[in-house]
Design a protein around this ligand. Structure first.
Ligand code: ING
Length: 308
């Protein structure tokens, strides 16, 4: 019977002027807090090392590339892996990846409790747009700065648990969870940077955004009998609000831990992965119940086609 204490290290804002050492220092503080709570796996947000730079329109590729990591770990991130090894905590966090052959991805890595990287995922669902949009109150240029991920939705057996990763917008697409559910995933970890509502929008706007985030994560967890940890970078970044709402959800879709603030905040839950077994062997026994002969449209068609 595998149990793991899973922690979520929600992070408050990172300003454009904050160097990576600011992020790494706060991430290590959260890791030490997590260790004191007995956390064994700690989940950090998407793009955890920098401000959410896709909100800024840039034309100069050298300027864009300053937001990317060329190696992982690198000199500035090595302390994260060293501390994880010292504390015996597996970690996962997101960052902008620039590969040796010049490709740009919105990436996350997963380590074991010895601080060794065991998995990498590159964000597949990129929201927003790729050119400056004059209609928008703020830009969301992930399609400009990142390529769609090229690694699929892999899973790894890490610390005895079948784990997979997603990133932010991925959590809104059922395909994300089902591709991992069909590999027996028991824990999906994901970080997000989700714009909150600006002052012109109503408070209901934030409530609805938080609802849609929870709805997506709870549905993915329940429909694939897996735990899901969804962890935010939150707060006001150079005048642009990001929502919090980090949660850990169990395979029945119940929220078992939830952040209350929009700042650095640790949440955690003792996860008993046997809870996955009931769903996987009854209502979501995929082999017994799925009828794939009727699902062809899901992979043969990208957009909706209305012929009636
Ligand atoms: N951000 C957002 C997300 O999917 C978004 C994009 C914002 C979608 C608001 C819908 C509503 O949470 C990222 N980084 O994917």
């Amino acid at each position: 019977m595998v149990k793991l204490v899973v922690g979520g290290a929600q992070m408050g804002p990172l300003q454009k002027a904050d160097g990576r050492e600011v992020a790494v220092s706060r991430m290590i503080d959260l890791m030490r807090q997590a260790a004191s709570k007995g956390v064994e796996l700690l989940v950090y947000p998407e793009l955890a090392l920098t401000t959410f730079f896709p909100r800024w329109y840039m034309e100069n590729q050298r300027e864009v590339d300053t937001w990317f990591e060329r190696e992982m770990p690198g000199p500035q991130t090595a302390p994260l892996f060293e501390t994880a090894r010292e504390l015996g905590i597996a970690i996962t966090f997101g960052y902008a990846e620039l590969t040796p052959d010049g490709q740009h991805f919105n990436t996350s890595i997963l380590t074991n409790r010895k601080g060794e990287i065991v998995g990498k995922y590159r964000k597949i669902h990129l929201p927003g747009h790729d050119e400056f949009d004059t209609e928008r109150a703020f830009q969301h240029l992930e399609k400009r700065y990142f390529q769609p991920g090229d690694l699929g939705f892999p899973v790894w057996r890490n610390e005895g648990v079948v784990m997979g990763m997603a990133i932010c917008n991925d959590r809104r697409w059922p395909e994300t969870y089902r591709c991992m559910g069909l590999q027996g995933v028991e824990l999906v970890t994901l970080g997000y940077n989700t714009p909150s509502v600006n002052s012109q929008m109503s408070a209901e706007g934030l409530e609805q955004r938080l609802f849609h985030s929870e709805l997506s994560v709870q549905a993915g967890a329940y429909q694939n009998a897996t735990f899901v940890a969804a962890i935010a970078k939150a707060g006001m970044e150079d005048g642009h609000p990001l929502m919090g709402g980090s949660i850990i959800v169990d395979p029945n879709g119940f929220i078992v831990a939830k952040a209350e603030t929009e700042d650095d905040e640790l949440i955690h839950a003792a996860c008993d992965f046997e809870i996955c077994d009931f769903g996987k062997s009854t209502i979501f026994d995929f082999a017994r119940h799925r009828r794939i002969e009727h699902y062809g449209r899901i992979t043969s068609q990208a957009g909706a086609v209305v012929e009636v």
